[in-house]
Design a protein around this ligand. Structure first.
Ligand code: CP
Length: 308
């Protein structure tokens, strides 16, 4: 039977193309399950999973919890804001205390890049990175590629532009790794101040003219301006950013072809995309959210099969 090459999901960087295809095939099965009248399977009845979130989340937290419950795992949730972390407890002590309650898997979101990698070296459980600072957000990239595959049949050979704050975006980095691994052509587009100097070394091209980027692509993945990570101003005003890098319906309708619009959420409506674009038939934003549950079920199921 096929299995993943890794025992943790720390980043797309550590996966193979075969791993991604296995996750997608498994997600196909779970997508069918969650659309049945009885949406639950008993696969992980003997597994306990802790979701520990040191940073805010809506989609990822709820999606992981739902995925775990659909697989019949026992689930505990931990939010750092109401915990003894506030009293000075270290990450390793916190997680080891949780693990001593016989937890098999930890899903963690943390503001510090590499927090999941660090944890995987110090505790005895399978670790899933649910976003670590500006580093990686692997399940987001998997659900994004899965949504492209669902909409366009394949990821290989497709032209994908990632627009916005590439510098601070874990979604951008994980998407670049995932898309390149599957043979997509990738461009990044945004203000020069929000494009990392090393970005071309990842095999992507830079395009600072949004109209040109959109006319080239099959898919535009519009990123959120992450005000919480912008300690200084990287562009003159939000209005100017929107004029240069925002997508509105007039721009979308004036392109040479019909493109697919994606966004990882949460959306700043009227900044990176307008409401009529977010809610248009070209947008697959809510499909991404739906696919997130199937992808996370697949990831948890495949990792759990390695610890049994
Ligand atoms: N896409 C995403 O990670 O959203 P949340 O921050 O709400 O989890």
């Amino acid at each position: 039977m096929s299995e993943l090459s890794v025992k943790h999901l720390l980043g797309i960087k550590y996966l193979t193309e075969k791993d991604i295809q296995l996750i997608f095939e498994t997600a196909d099965h779970f997508k069918e399950v969650i659309n049945r009248s009885i949406k639950k399977v008993p696969s992980l009845r003997d597994i306990t999973i802790a979701n520990i979130f040191f940073e805010n989340s809506t989609r990822t937290k709820l999606s992981f919890e739902l995925a775990e419950k659909r697989l019949s795992a026992d689930v505990i949730n931990f939010s750092a804001g109401q915990s003894s972390v506030k009293k000075g407890e270290t990450l390793i002590d916190t997680v080891n205390n949780i693990l001593s309650m016989k937890v098999d898997m930890v899903v963690m979101r943390h503001p510090n890049p590499g927090a999941g990698i660090f944890l995987s070296k110090h505790v005895n459980a399978s670790i899933v990175n649910a976003g670590d600072g500006a580093h990686e957000h692997p399940t987001q990239a998997l659900l994004d590629s899965y949504s492209i595959r669902e909409k366009l049949g394949d990821v290989s050979g497709k032209n994908v532009v990632i627009v916005g704050d590439i510098l601070h975006s874990r979604v951008a980095l994980s998407n670049i790794f995932a898309l390149k691994l599957q043979g997509a052509n990738v461009k990044v587009c945004g203000p020069k101040t929000l494009l990392p100097k090393y970005v071309e070394s990842l095999g992507v091209e830079v395009e600072t003219d949004l109209r040109k980027a959109l006319n080239w692509c099959d898919v535009a993945n519009m990123l959120r301006i992450q005000n919480e990570r912008l300690d200084i101003s990287y562009f003159p005003t939000t209005r100017e950013y929107t004029q240069q890098f925002g997508v509105n319906k007039k721009l979308l309708d004036s392109l040479d072809k019909e493109i697919v619009i994606m966004h990882p959420g949460p959306i700043n409506r009227g900044v990176e995309i307008t409401t009529d674009v977010a809610d248009s038939k070209q947008s697959i934003i809510l499909n991404q959210v739906e696919n997130g549950v199937a992808i996370r079920m697949a990831v948890i199921y495949l990792l759990a099969s390695k610890i049994k």
